[in-house]
Design a protein. Sequence first.
Length: 291
Amino acid sequence: MSKRLTLAHFPLGQDILIEKCGNARDAGSKKLCKIVGAMEPQYLFVHNPPEGGKLFFSESDRFCIVRYLHEGVAIGFRATVLSVVGNPLPLAVLSYPSSCEEALVREAMRLECNIPARLEFSPMREEPGTDAEVAVQAAGDACQAGGAATEKRTAEERVPGSSDLSLSARMADLSEGGCRILVPILDPGNPEFEPLPFAKDIPPGVHTRYFRERLAAYFIADEKLRMEFDLPFDPPAPFCDIVAEIRWVKARSTFYATGVRFVDPPMDLKEGVKKLIEAQRKYFSPPLYFG
């Protein structure tokens, strides 16, 4: 299906597969690159990685095909190589796509939404980090509580435990089999809490749970977590202790995004999600953001 791409389809650091085409001497060669910027509707900037002792893109290249996976959708388009830059960073400047081809690779339809959720993690997981990093985090905790750090926290205190294993999140999309979850990063000095305004409602006393390094210890592929949320019916339909397996994790500048698969979801959850998706497809275009 052909469609127009917006800047939201080009997140910084997104892996893309580029194949050279046209009359290039090495037409057909492929390389995994990263998106480093985009300017709609003119330019797409990608990293120019090394290849066999030289850079993948050269001044003689004219055309390429870009393919990548974005939130469960396979995207592909043809681009013109406008320029190759060597300093200060090896980059290739590609033409911004006027349209693309995409194919849904998910097994189930998804509902775009903004549904609050609570996440709970296993207390057995231990955070990485040096003693110095732990001491800095302990000091941050103490300052937020209005006191002063007198000693480093123990390993048991550093991991999500009985009093420190829940996070506030939002489900950005939802299917019968899983969902995409967004959790804010609240490191000191982080930019304003866009695009997750609900982060402003998180009490300052628990901000350390949302530090980037701590979130990295929570969100690990193939690990499991528990979820609590309400489906937006009238009255709301509550679901507790929904076990989910983390399938992928992406760290952005101000939030973590992760895709999870529900493990043996109850039938009433699957039926509820199905009803919401059917209502969206029947009555709303573009999709309505429930929540």
